[in-house]
Design a protein around this ligand. Structure first.
Ligand SMILES: Nc1ncnc2c1ncn2[C@@H]1O[C@H](COP(=O)(O)OP(=O)(O)OP(=O)(O)O)[C@@H](O)[C@H]1O
Ligand SMILES: [Mg+2]
Length: 466
């Protein structure tokens, strides 16, 4: 048995198309043939019946004086040839009384003469070299003594019907083959885009995501599919490029402290050094090791956030308490720069939230605010509710960010020139983490900033029902 699932889609369509088409042609041919045959036979039978009625009317009052030979008027009746025969029943046997002259001395066969009902019979006539004739028999008188037989040859009609059958037998398969040929071409053309998509998809690899499926001219399902596939490759290319960039940046960031650690250790080991030298060297190594640890922790957190979802690890908390606890955690760092954090929470509402994600958001923004704000300034933290949304606003009076750089600061490892020039520590990962965390909360982050004036970061997220 052929398993249809193992053959190609094109062949499967073609096979079904062929089967359905053959079936339709067959049904059409049979129906047409049967209807024509039925109509022709019905027509002959009707004519025989009408003619028989006419002859019966002409002869029924004249049964005792019937002539031996009937000369019939060819133009009077619509059937040709027409054979007429009258017989009577004598002692239960049929005796021929009268026949039409065109029988040329032959007789029509007499079948079931005891049956007084009128009937049709289709039989082979000896006198016509065994060709088929249709006979209509009916009693002429009420007593059923005299019978009238009217017959005609149906050979011509049979021939026409047989020719029709031959035409169907020849044209049916021819038509089928022609339709299958055209169908094969049409299916092939229709599925051409699939072939193109497959070929292009085979050429696409991580090493080369620049290939695109060529668009077809038509505006159909295939063109939409190609557009969708190309858009998908666009997105994949972007995300592969950003992953590539991310790993390059990550390697670079890790390479710098590693190079320093190695250099420091090699220098210290080159000859015997004083205790002070070793202490300073180890301090430098420790500083770089901490820096590496921070980067790795941020990267791990980055990977962890990728698998997080809104509904994961939810706990019902007062949002103001979470915000206040983060502010408390950072107050001693702020104090070192004589920065005052003014916290104002206008709501005590509870919400189901992932606390660690919320803390990542608030702490990274607050950490930036402290880092990028000069000594003796203020930072304003506020929380309020607006249309079923929580809004956390962190405003600083720091160095600010250039407007054109506002859309870059969420990129991993991106740091502005100010951050580099002022030698402020950092890796450019904080806001990238914040962005990921805000996305998990299905929230929004907005930044307003003016160079040398300050920055305001607003995070909003939905209040979940408790
Ligand atoms: N409040 C702010 N004021 C001024 N510049 C800011 C502020 N917040 C962020 N930036 C700029 O955006 C950049 C990206 O910030 P992000 O928090 O991602 O990295 P980072 O603070 O430099 O390092 P990390 O957070 O990884 O320690 C910073 O380097 C800084 O240039
Ligand atoms: Mg930061």
């Amino acid at each position: 048995m052929v398993n249809l699932e193992n053959i190609s889609f094109k062949k499967r369509i073609f096979l079904w198309y062929g089967i359905v088409l053959a079936f339709i042609i067959l049904i059409f041919s049979i129906t047409f043939y049967v209807s024509v045959k039925f109509a022709v036979t019905k027509n002959i039978k009707n004519s025989l019946k009408i003619i028989s009625e006419e002859i019966k009317n002409d002869t029924k009052d004249n049964l005792n004086n019937l002539q031996k030979y009937i000369i019939y008027d060819k133009n009077r009746y619509p059937l040709s040839p027409l054979y007429i025969q009258i017989y009577k029943i004598e002692n239960n046997n049929p005796v021929i009384v009268s026949v039409s002259t065109n029988l040329k001395g032959n007789n029509l066969p007499i079948i079931n003469y005891q049956d007084k009902n009128s009937r049709f019979n289709k039989i082979k006539a000896m006198f016509l070299k065994h060709k088929f004739i249709m006979i209509f028999t009916q009693a002429i008188d009420k007593e059923g003594k005299y019978f009238l037989e009217v017959a005609t040859s149906i050979d011509k009609q049979n021939k026409v019907i047989n020719i029709l059958l031959t035409i169907f037998l020849i044209t049916g398969p021819l038509l089928l083959f022609a339709a299958l040929f055209v169908g094969y071409k049409v299916v092939g053309n229709a599925l051409l885009p699939v072939k193109i998509i497959t070929e292009t998809a085979n050429k696409i690899s991580v090493a080369d995501l620049s290939k695109r499926v060529p668009q077809v001219k038509s505006d159909d399902e295939f063109s939409k599919l190609i557009m969708t596939i190309n858009n998908m490759i666009d997105r994949l290319e972007k995300s592969f490029n950003s992953i590539k960039q991310f790993s390059m940046n990550a390697s670079h960031e890790l390479k710098t402290p590693l190079t320093i650690i190695r250099g420091e250790a090699e220098l210290a080991l080159r000859k015997e050094r004083s205790a002070e030298y070793y202490i300073e060297s180890l301090n430098n190594i420790l500083k770089e090791a901490i820096s590496m640890q921070n980067i790795i922790e941020s990267l791990l957190l980055f990977a962890k956030l990728d698998s997080m979802s809104l509904s994961k690890d939810l706990s019902i908390v007062k949002i103001n308490e979470v915000v206040k606890s983060v502010v408390d955690d950072f107050s001693h760092i702020a104090k070192k720069k004589n920065i005052t954090i003014l916290c104002e929470c206008k709501t005590e509402s509870k919400s189901a939230v992932n606390v660690s994600i919320l803390k990542i958001i608030v702490s990274n923004i607050l950490e930036n605010a402290i880092k990028y704000t000069p000594k003796d300034k203020n930072i304003y933290v506020s929380l309020y509710e607006d249309n079923n949304l929580f809004k956390i606003v962190i405003k600083d009076e720091g160095c600010g960010i250039e407007e054109k750089k506002l859309n870059l600061i969420f990129e991993p490892f991106y740091r502005t020139d100010e951050a580099h020039n002022k030698d402020i520590e950092g890796y450019g990962l904080g806001l990238a983490l914040v962005k990921k965390a805000v996305d998990i909360l299905e929230g929004k982050i907005e930044i307003e900033s003016k160079l040398k004036a300050g920055t305001t970061v607003t995070v909003s997220f939905k209040k979940n029902r408790v």
